[in-house]
Write a protein that binds this ligand. Structure first.
Ligand code: MG
Length: 501
């Protein structure tokens, strides 16, 4: 797989960077799960130093020399080797362009901002967070200038999460899906089946029983128990340390059991991607998936096409009835409607398949405006509410369920949100391809373990094995022979929700 001697030499030099990233990821996982709260400041300082060390290894003369040599010989490289070189060049470029003091400053600023954000959110106090966000945007503008861009400073930021993505592309994409979603939502809201909130969302459950349901579902998917673990955290996430050590988290807020279940399945989809990367890519920069869009397509695939499917509900219905006597009183049809209830709401992470994308469009618009200084930080909360009214017809009377709901900006992750939308849309294209090869997903679900093994095998072969070998658009082209398109996703949503409503 990796035969070119120059690439092999590069990988030998890359190993300390791999090791530092490994420890970095472990510390990041610990930060979100088991670290005592007061450890945040020193953890932040340690992680910032780690970044500086990684930069040092990356920009070492020998390393750059080897990389130049491999690039000069591109024609002789296979796809895997090309992927390694592309990925390293992408990282090296930013490490060369961003001064060490800037990296340190950015890291410290965002560490402090995260602490401030948590407090601000808890106390519903925007003013506690506003000055931090101001500083983050100031640094982010500098970052875009250091990194460089052709058309829009936002492109420099996008490139960090989705290599090669541009705002011109995304403007076109959102302009295409927005009227489609407005029409579909309009149709749904007129239906007799429309309800703002499903009663099941408010039913309390027995936490132990829901934990058991999570375990049952993971066991149904036949997950590798020695390579994947499930913990609890405030915000569910997936952290991969290596192809043999992937961690996911979930949460149990007390009601809305489907929210927890679907979130566990979502993170399982992320984890499966990391677990099924070709082991030959271990210790290389492409041994972990890098395109956030492809990643999200995998979590959404499991969450929406399996976790929200009628056949899947049938499989787990008995366990659902054990959640509480009240929950057991509802019919299976009620549960199905609850799993797929569409209604505009304030919280992005709890949004349904249809309204979700409006949450992303709102953030995308605000991020660009703040970056270009077309919007003042102090006016951002009012603008946030204005856009929520405009896109979803809802507005929050507090910051907690409004502009303070997401962690991303406090982490300096600006340009990240669009991948949630494009990834979700890509998942429908992948479903279409998979069904063309294996037949209907519902039928596969009915086959239980056998069916899930087939789905996993197909995803491993067609998506997972490559790790970060290809960028988002290149990957889509390879898989479908066509450019990225929202049409399969539009067809999927239309068919599903015109049946439900
Ligand atoms: Mg996700």
């Amino acid at each position: 797989m990796i035969k070119n001697t120059t690439v092999q030499q590069i990988l030998a030099k890359y190993k300390p960077v791999w090791a530092l990233s490994y420890v970095n990821n472990l510390a990041a996982w610990d930060l979100e799960t088991y670290m005592p709260e007061a450890g945040a400041k020193t953890r932040g300082a340690a992680l910032a130093q780690m970044q500086v060390l990684i930069q040092k290894f990356f920009t070492e003369k020998d390393f750059v020399k080897f990389l130049d040599a491999a690039e000069a010989d591109q024609d002789k490289l296979n796809d895997t080797e090309k992927g390694i070189i592309r990925s390293l060049r992408h990282s090296l470029d930013s490490y060369l362009k961003l001064p060490t003091e800037f990296l340190e400053n950015f890291s410290e600023t965002t560490n402090e901002a995260q602490v401030a954000w948590r407090k601000a959110r808890e106390n519903d106090d925007w003013q506690l967070f506003a000055p931090h966000l101001e500083k983050i945007y100031q640094l982010t503008r500098e970052k875009a200038d250091y990194l460089g861009y052709e058309e829009h400073p936002y492109d420099a930021l996008l490139d960090e999460y989705e290599e090669g993505e541009t705002s011109t592309n995304l403007d076109k994409y959102f302009a295409e899906i927005k009227p489609f979603l407005e029409d579909l939502l309009g149709y749904i809201k007129k239906s007799n089946n429309y309800q703002e909130e499903h009663e099941l969302a408010n039913e309390k459950y027995d936490k132990q029983a829901l934990k058991q349901l999570d375990d049952t579902v993971l066991a149904l998917f036949n997950y590798p128990i020695d390579r994947l673990r499930l913990d609890e955290s405030t915000h569910p996430f997936t952290q991969s340390l290596s192809i043999d050590d992937v961690r996911i988290t979930t949460r149990y807020p007390g009601s809305d059991y489907a929210g927890t279940l679907q979130s566990t399945i979502h993170e399982f989809g992320h984890a499966l991607y990391e677990l099924q990367i070709n082991k030959d890519l271990q210790y290389t920069p492409i041994g972990s998936a890098s395109s956030l869009g492809i990643h999200e397509s995998q979590s959404r695939f499991w969450e929406n096409f399996i976790g929200r499917d009628q056949a899947f509900l049938n499989l787990i219905y008995e366990k659902i009835q054990a959640l509480s006597p009240d929950i057991a009183n509802y019919s299976i049809d009620d549960h199905y409607q609850y799993f797929n209830n569409v209604s505009p709401s304030l919280i992005r992470t709890e949004a349904d398949e249809v309204t979700y994308h409006f949450h992303i469009m709102i953030r995308y618009e605000i991020e660009k405006k703040l970056l270009e200084k077309e919007l003042d930080i102090n006016d951002a909360p009012a603008y946030w509410n204005q856009l929520y009214m405009q896109y979803l017809g809802v507005s929050s009377d507090n910051f907690k369920q409004g502009i303070l709901q997401d962690i991303h900006w406090s982490m300096g992750a600006i340009g990240y949100f669009p991948t949630y939308s494009t990834g979700t849309v890509l998942s429908a294209t992948i479903k279409q391809q998979l069904e063309a090869d294996l037949g209907n997903i519902a039928k596969l679900i009915n086959d239980k373990q056998d069916g899930f093994d087939k789905i996993k095998g197909w995803l491993a072969e067609n998506v997972h094995q490559y790790g970060a070998t290809y960028t988002f658009h290149k990957f889509v082209k390879m898989l479908t022979d066509k450019d990225f398109s929202s049409v399969p996703w539009q067809n999927y949503l239309t068919k599903k929700y015109k049946q439900l409503y």
